[in-house]
Design a protein around this ligand. Structure first.
Ligand SMILES: Cc1cc2nc3c(=O)[nH]c(=O)nc-3n(C[C@H](O)[C@H](O)[C@H](O)COP(=O)(O)OP(=O)(O)OC[C@H]3O[C@@H](n4cnc5c(N)ncnc54)[C@H](O)[C@@H]3O)c2cc1C
Length: 465
């Protein structure tokens, strides 16, 4: 447990202006986007890799738990402290270490804001492809820890697919460098991919070498309205399956159900929707200007089918920006339906998206819980929000039963608990339903190897043994 003497040791390591244990700071760092909180004992602000090594070593000496934190925008309690823990905030490690356009890569510290990487790449016609909705404020370290993704990931892949190498500090204070600076690499075990998505439970990431790709010359956006969720999902299957003679991979394929559309009306994003619209797909294609008409024609062919009401195109750049702001605001906008959202982030094989959406409709009715669904349909990844009032015990009980049944349905469809938000503290009790005992045992062994004393983000990702 942290006492004044140990606090002084951390101050001696980092400087008094990098160690905070006042009530106000502790309260600020007590939670992420989950509606739960736990005060840490202190908040530490390292400014270098060496600071992080020193913090971990001292924490080992005193057996203190460490919870890494980026911007705290995660919604599964990943950055939420546990009792007696110290938060390691990476906000002050926000340097772009190197921008190597010749090799299409960038080396960054974990506290860099995600969108800043893309903005910098754009200055030379490149792109950092992963585009989480929180990109304007979340940090790349948090993205790496969660394997964050966004609309573009249907074509370009998630964070994991854009990492060449990492520098990190294990739970016992060892520095490791995994991966490299090349787009081909076959030397070591792929510890890079292991660390991405490890939610701060294996190592603290202190530097990342990220891959950049050419930014597309042109982008075209369609807003497509359907009379039912089932019709929209059938269109998604036609696009992502093999029904097109020359399949096209869209650069975004997003789904919104009726409640989601209503939630963003005030952003001007639902203007001009035809009567009877129950579901909307936002579809984008990107590439060379010459080739875009061919892609759009193929997509329009696949989008056409039973229940299609209208395909809208030809939006101005300003309207397209409005549509995306609205889509990316949904996470907050849904809260006007009810103050608390139980936010699931399930993913199923894309051809089974219609089964998932049907199951969600049926479960919402059976348990009498309003559900708002939207998300990355092209990946089969939906954000399923059960909208509830925390002070209504009956409603909360129905929502819990509904959530349980939803998880069963997803696993029954060959899907997974999380497509991009991760497990954190909020979903770990479900992990044993998805993973078999020997896989879980292997994961625990891996955790022990990286973090022998179990000091890194305890109580996250893995269910209790
Ligand atoms: C409005 C909104 C929209 C969102 N949209 C998306 C979306 O489109 N796609 C998506 O994937 N997510 C989305 N999210 C969730 C969230 O933004 C992501 O999970 C993001 O990656 C979290 O980044 P962060 O910097 O806030 O990390 P935090 O929430 O601070 O931390 C997340 C996890 O990373 C760990 N961590 C942080 N830094 C490090 C480090 N240096 N080393 C090791 N572990 C570390 C923490 O311990 C924690 O487990 C959204 C959230 C909100 C509120």
């Amino acid at each position: 447990m942290l006492n004044a003497a140990i606090l002084a040791e951390f101050e001696a390591l980092l400087g008094v202006d990098r160690v905070f244990a006042d009530d106000e700071t502790l309260a600020l760092y007590a939670s992420d986007e989950t509606p739960r909180s736990c005060l840490p004992d202190a908040v530490l602000f390292p400014t270098s890799h060496d600071d992080v090594v020193a913090i971990v070593k001292l924490a080992n000496q005193h057996r203190l738990a460490l919870v890494a934190r980026g911007a705290g925008s995660g919604n599964v309690g990943g950055a939420m402290p546990v009792t007696g823990s110290l938060v390691v905030s990476f906000e002050c490690m926000s340097r772009i270490v190197e921008f190597d356009a010749a090799n299409r890569l960038v080396v960054v510290e974990p506290g860099v804001v995600t969108d800043h990487i893309d903005a910098m790449a754009a200055t030379v016609g490149l792109m950092y492809a992963p585009d989480p909705g929180s990109g304007a404020y979340c940090r790349i370290g948090g993205n790496l820890a969660m394997n964050a993704a966004g609309p573009r990931c249907v074509k370009y892949g998630a964070t994991r697919d854009h990492v060449l190498g990492l520098r990190a500090v294990t739970g016992d204070g060892r520095e490791i460098r995994v991966g490299g600076r090349t787009t081909k690499y076959a030397t070591a075990y792929d510890l890079t991919r292991l660390l991405v998505g490890s939610e701060g439970t294996l190592a603290l990431i202190t530097e990342a070498t990220l891959k950049l790709v050419p930014a597309p010359e042109s982008v075209a956006t369609l807003r497509v309205c359907y009379a039912s969720n089932a019709s929209a999902c059938a269109a998604v299957s036609r696009i992502m399956g093999k029904s097109m003679p020359h399949p096209v991979l869209p650069s975004a394929l997003e789904f919104m159900d009726r409640r989601a559309i209503d939630a963003i009306r005030e952003y001007g994003a639902a203007e001009g929707l035809p009567a009877g619209t129950q579901a909307v797909l936002m579809v984008e294609a990107d590439g060379d200007a010459d080739d875009l008409p061919r892609q759009i024609a193929a997509l329009e062919q696949a989008l056409a089918g039973e229940g299609l009401l209208e395909i809208q195109s030809g939006f101005t750049a300003e309207t397209i920006a409005t549509l995306w702001v609205a889509r990316k605001s949904l996470s907050f906008a849904v809260k006007k339906i009810a103050p608390l959202k139980i936010n699931e982030d399930v993913v199923v094989p894309v051809a089974r998206l219609a089964n998932l959406v049907n199951a969600i409709d049926a479960l919402g009715q059976r348990h009498d819980v309003p559900i708002v669904s939207f998300g990355h349909a092209g990946n089969g990844n939906l954000h399923v929000n059960l909208m509830v009032h925390a002070d209504d015990a009956d409603e909360m009980a129905r929502a819990r039963a509904c959530r349980d049944a939803l998880i069963e349905a997803v696993l029954g469809l060959g899907g997974s608990l999380s497509g991009e938000h991760g497990i954190g503290s909020e979903k770990r009790h479900y992990v044993g339903r998805e993973l078999d005992a020997s896989t879980l045992a292997m994961m625990r062994d891996v955790k022990k190897l990286f973090d022998p004393l179990g000091l890194l983000n305890p109580g996250k990702k893995l269910p209790d043994a």
